[in-house]
Design a protein around this ligand. Sequence first.
Ligand code: GAR
Length: 198
Amino acid sequence: MSKIRIAILISGRGSNMESLLQACTAPDFPAETAVVIANRPDAAGIAKAQGYGIQTSIVDHRQYVGRAAFEEALQETLLKHAPVDLVCLAGFMRILTADFVNQWQDRMINIHPSLLPDYKGLDTHARALADGRAETGCTVHYVIPAMDEGPVIVQKRVPILVGDTVDSLAARVLAEEHQAYPEAVRIVAARLSGLHRA
Ligand code: GAR
């Protein structure tokens, strides 16, 4: 089986990254990791990735003046690890410009802790709780030049229970995120392999 090569972009803890790295250890998983890139030098996920023997790189956004210069460095880093078939944003907390996003059209995906289109942006769990929702969840979607929008690949629903706090809900949603992201990569890998054959 020929595997697609993914790049994983993180900003912090990297638990979704780790779920992908773990999935990639299975021989029948259709992807392997080319590189993990963090935009923050203190991202805890970098050490975790190194523990898996994965190549890592820091592109610190604070070292660049303006988004364009940062994204140029990001693109250079991605190309240094070519071929990269798919970019996976996994808790990557920088807004990307349309120019950057368009370079990776249909080849960049993101995970978000809500049932999009509900609760784009930050504090998703607090907002779902404040609204008295009965359920929330997570979404893996293609990235388009509009924040937290784009075609949905996988969604997982999570009930909101009496007594839930932001922390308890976040933990329950995160467990589903860790299932959803590898599932989504399988789906996109199948689509990309189909395209390669065409
Ligand atoms: C995850 O819950 C992810 O869905 C969220 O940040 C967390 C990162 O955790 N992403 C967003 O809110 C993006 N809009 P992780 O670093 O442990 O994967």
